[in-house]
Design a binder for this molecule. Structure first.
Ligand code: F6R
Length: 365
């Protein structure tokens, strides 16, 4: 069952290279065309869409935030990402020109099912991204993309998240290619990058020992702040959730540019800050935010792309991610954050696979 791993979570983190591969399989053809069998939406229908909602809870919601960036960038359709328990009660503006994408590992989350029904009631087409074949959400949606992550046992979601990202990138590319908003050559480059991710994810798993050591020195920390810009902000949210849910360490994610609008007041000598700096076009901005932290004595663990040495000597520690196009970087950036949360929780002696107060599938409201 745990195949020699101490916890399901660690096993599932290690399954990500294969889960990504399985989720991509057969869906990219001729180097840059997308095939999504169970997504029947036509070019005409896509051309009529004026707005997209991505609706989900928890980790799946965080995947949606990445999806927004991808869809807006490639397909140039405005996207709103909503928390399902908010969406269903706030009378969202939905009509037949709205496309709704619901994301749910289990396919059984009560609020997400209710959001799906709300969308359908107002004539929105619904695409579901789910990991469970035959789940309620897969049955009620118009179109389905399955993530082929395999069963996820640990309460903390890992491989479901990375495969949800893959599915969202595939949808973004599919919409963009059908709409004609993306250059074929650029789409091909993104596809090539997606295909290289399993191998890169595999390489990141080698950082285990480094992260375990870091955790053994920092598990007593009371608060952790995760900072990033753009796609790194989306990943920061997920890294922060992972840490708090399994290690019970308080953590917050911030868009780095927001720091000086309040949060900077909390940074003092020794405060642990995880800075994500994988986005090349935002690097200079991120660097100045990092300086805001280090100037106040913050202790910074940074994640940067291989080849970018600019953080050396500025922060306490830099972990280099295998060089990847920044557009798809979240899929690999999240992996060391999952490992960090895992080792922090293990060091603290927490029940990693079954964190207190939480259930795997939230089928009640
Ligand atoms: C966190 C986690 C939860 C789920 C959320 C939605 O690690 O697993 O936040 O992501 O409960 O669950 P699904 O995706 O099954 O709808």
């Amino acid at each position: 069952e745990k195949s020699g791993y101490e916890h399901f979570m660690l096993k599932e983190i290690h399954e990500q290279p294969n889960a990504i591969k399985d989720t991509l399989r057969g869906r990219i053809i001729n180097d840059g065309e997308i095939v999504l069998d169970k997504v029947k939406i036509t070019k005409d229908e896509i051309d009529k869409i004026e707005k997209i909602f991505i609706v989900a809870c928890g980790t799946a919601y965080h995947a949606g935030v990445v999806g927004k960036y991808a869809i807006e960038k490639f397909a140039r359709i405005p996207v709103e990402v909503d928390i399902a328990s908010e969406f269903r009660y706030r009378e969202p503006i939905i009509n037949e020109r709205t496309l709704t994408i619901v994301v749910s590992q289990s396919g059984e989350t009560a609020d997400t099912i209710a959001a799906l029904k709300e969308a359908k009631k107002h004539n929105s087409r619904v695409i579901a991204i789910t990991n469970v074949v035959g789940s309620s959400i897969s049955r009620e949606a118009d179109d389905v993309i399955y993530t082929w992550a395999g069963p996820e046992i640990a309460v903390a979601s890992t491989k479901a998240y990375t495969t949800q990202l893959v599915a969202l990138y595939l949808i973004a590319l599919d919409l963009a290619l059908k709409k004609g908003t993306i250059e074929k050559e650029y789409a091909k480059q993104i596809c090539d990058e997606l295909k290289k991710l399993p191998e890169r994810a595999e390489r990141i798993l080698n950082y285990k020992d480094e992260l375990q050591e870091f955790a053994s020195n920092h598990f007593n920390t009371k608060d952790v702040f995760y900072l990033g810009r753009g796609l790194d902000y989306a990943v920061a949210m997920e890294g922060s959730l992972k840490l708090k849910e399994i290690s019970y360490i308080h953590s917050e994610a911030y868009a780095a540019g927001e720091l000086k609008h309040g949060t900077l007041a909390l940074i003092e000598n020794g405060t642990l800050v995880i800075a994500l700096a994988t986005q090349e076009h935002l690097f200079e901005k991120m660097l100045s935010n990092i300086r805001e932290v280090t100037t106040r004595g913050g202790y910074v663990l940074a994640f940067a792309m291989e080849g970018n040495k600019q953080l050396e000597g500025i922060v306490e520690k830099v972990i280099y991610l295998p060089k990847t196009m920044e557009e798809v970087a979240p899929i690999i950036t999240v992996i060391p954050l999952q490992l960090l949360a895992y080792y922090m929780a293990v060091e603290k002696g927490c029940d990693v696979d079954k964190p207190r107060n939480l259930a795997k599938s939230v089928t009640v409201e």
